[in-house]
Design a protein around this ligand. Sequence first.
Ligand code: PMP
Length: 403
Amino acid sequence: MSWFSSVEQGPPIEVFALTKQCTEDDFPQKVNLGVGAYRTDEGKPWVLPVVRAAEKALANDETLNKEYLPVLGLDSFSTLSTNMLLGDDSPAIVEKRAFGVQSLSGTGALRVGAEFLAKKLGKTIFYYSTPTWENHRLVFLSAGFQEARQYRYWDQGKRGLDIEGFLEDINNAPEGSVIILHACAHNPTGCDPTQEQWEKIAQVVKHKRLFPFFDSAYQGFASGDLDKDAWAVRFFVSQGFELFCAQSYAKNFGLYNERTGNLSVVMNNPSEIAAVKSQITLTIRGMYSNPPSHGARIVSHVLNNKELFDQWRGNIKTMSSRIIEMRKRLREELERLGTPGTWNHITEQIGMFSYTGLNEVQSEHMVKKYHIYMLRSGRISMCGITPSNVEYVAKSINETLTS
Ligand code: PMP
């Protein structure tokens, strides 16, 4: 007799399964383009030098201890994070109607925010882009949302944004629905709306009274410029929206496994903040009680110190420039080989990921024949491309499309 005999095998999580498969593969030229983590030109993980410096300073600081943080986390960290997102001169900051809540990275911010919206505001329907980061659905449904709906986003034919489809779908959304918007560097397509398109999106969101929930997993990492990558969120704030934004320090600080993130909350009425905070406190208390300190202290230490902050911006530039360079190299190689199709989308897309346009069969062929690990959707992580494998990757794509 077992309590567990009725439990069915769940489906594997594609990106983790792919990495495992790649790790176990002993083919010398294998390439991991699945996982979304930065790699150096040598294909190695990178601990940002500014993070090492902060860790040393923290290790030597005898005033720090291991006592619990408050339920909403380290205050300096969440304040600095919200300020970084919205900009110090944001009307929401100046008018004291925005605050931050430390979270378990970007995923945790989404989950806490979603759970609050479902349980305290009675939200039931959320919208996400087709395609989106594959975890959005699971996080929102697990948090208590009842209905997941999609809005069109990627046009495979034009290998770009389907703005008409996007606007039409959200225009048909029931009033009060929550809409997940990628702040920048849309995952998985790497394709963002232009500023004019964002203006149109904001008009519909306002007209339909949708609740914008931004997901900002790549601030600074995408373009190398913290302000530019926050443009869309700041624009919405300037238009008077109340909103949530999940922020992750996984990519821009390289703090993947430290689970360091923030939920920024922008409200219209400062007198309502205390009640909202008290309910978010209860949400977190019932989930994991309080967050860990290490990553938050690192970020807070860096954002609070002008010299380290500048050093961090330099580190971000190193990462974003390498990715932009690899986009150029990959496109050049594909075009040099005369690979069928157009490849301008590779350099026009931004951030960690690129939607190559390869279909499921072609993507699986890349894995099986060339040991180039990529998602079935045709998504590749640009971070896995290096000066020493870019020719091999391009040649393999070319052969896949011509064989
Ligand atoms: N949202 C998006 C769009 C992402 O790409 C990611 C990272 N893959 C996340 C959220 C959350 O990541 P984490 O929880 O590691 O911060």
